[in-house]
Design a protein around this ligand. Structure first.
Ligand code: ATP
Ligand code: MG
Length: 283
């Protein structure tokens, strides 16, 4: 047998990264963040899918103006035989290119979605897409905790209201108890809104460092939700859209670094020592 006849093992695909978006209070911007972040990641030529994990009252379908599509409830009916090809046929392809698995049509269907099934769906999506962005139900219900445990990164969305901050702090404490606090990145939404609490006070209040700030722009955010066109598509020059592009940039560069680190630590240390040498020589 010649070497050409020997089938080379196909290079193993890098597993995607799951980002879960959650909050301690409702109406703070989880859905706005989920759809705009997913599309911003896709704009960087990255395969992205969205799972609406707000299983009772998910409105990703509305936020992206998706017309009558399959939902995760339909996937449940095929879960035993489900493979990546069948799953992809259930996803709704949004005009942006992002693929979406919406939440069930009715709140009472949420409990039909079992833990095992959702884990299987997520694993298959992570095989196929570089990023999976998951919106979640408000607070820390059982299904949300399962999603947060499974996620690689958790974005906890807050704002400048005292009640939201108080509950966000409690949420952080619970995530600490669950042993998943180190995956958390705080996002201060509407950070420029008028409030007695300034955005710069939030790190001290929550005991955190380096939050991500998204400015206040109710006109753009609410119109985009109402018409179902995420603002990063048609309002890319606004500050709110720019802040989401920046966030996508940060997430992808962080991922590239952790990937190099895990696959080839020597390359990373060489790169870092090269950078240090250059800094040392003032080059
Ligand atoms: N940066 C922002 N500036 C101004 N308004 C915003 C901003 N982000 C979100 N909003 C507004 O806040 C409201 C709630 O947003 P969204 O539906 O995304 O929140 P949510 O956390 O998903 O809510 P729910 O708990 O109902 O799922 C909407 O009216 C939206 O337009
Ligand atoms: Mg929502």
């Amino acid at each position: 047998m010649t070497s050409e006849n020997v089938k080379q093992p196909s290079p193993k695909k890098k597993r995607g990264e799951m980002i879960a978006v959650c909050s301690a209070k409702g109406g703070v911007g989880r859905t706005v963040l989920t759809v705009n972040l997913a599309i911003s990641l896709f704009k960087k030529n990255i395969g992205v899918s969205i799972l609406d994990g707000d299983l009772q009252f998910g409105d990703i379908g509305l936020a992206m103006d998706l017309q009558s599509t399959f939902t995760i409830k339909d996937v449940m009916e095929e879960i035993a035989q489900l493979d990546e090809h069948t799953l992809i046929s259930y996803l709704c392809k949004h005009d942006s290119g992002v693929r979406v698995l919406p939440a069930p049509d009715r709140p009472e269907f949420a409990e039909l979605v079992t833990k095992e099934a959702i884990q299987k769906v997520i694993d298959l999506l992570l095989q196929e897409f570089s990023y999976l962005v998951v919106d979640t139900g408000v607070g820390l219900g059982e299904q949300t905790i399962e999603l947060l445990e499974k996620a690689d990164q958790i974005l906890v969305v807050t704002n400048l209201e005292m009640a939201t901050l108080k509950n966000t702090k409690l949420m952080l404490e619970t995530l600490e108890l669950l042993g998943i606090r180190d995956k958390v990145q705080i996002v201060i939404n509407r950070s420029t809104m008028e409030s007695v609490i300034g955005a710069s006070d939030v790190p001290d209040i929550l005991g955190i460092e380096d939050p991500i700030f998204i400015p206040n722009d109710f006109g753009v955010a609410s119109q985009s939700l109402n018409v179902g066109i995420p603002f990063v598509i048609n309002q890319g020059k606004t500050e709110i859209a720019k802040s989401i592009f920046k966030m996508a940039e940060q997430l992808t560069s962080r991922r590239d670094i952790s990937y190099i680190k895990s696959k080839n630590p020597s390359v990373l240390s060489k790169l870092l020592s090269f950078k240090r040498t250059k800094e040392g020589t003032g080059e």
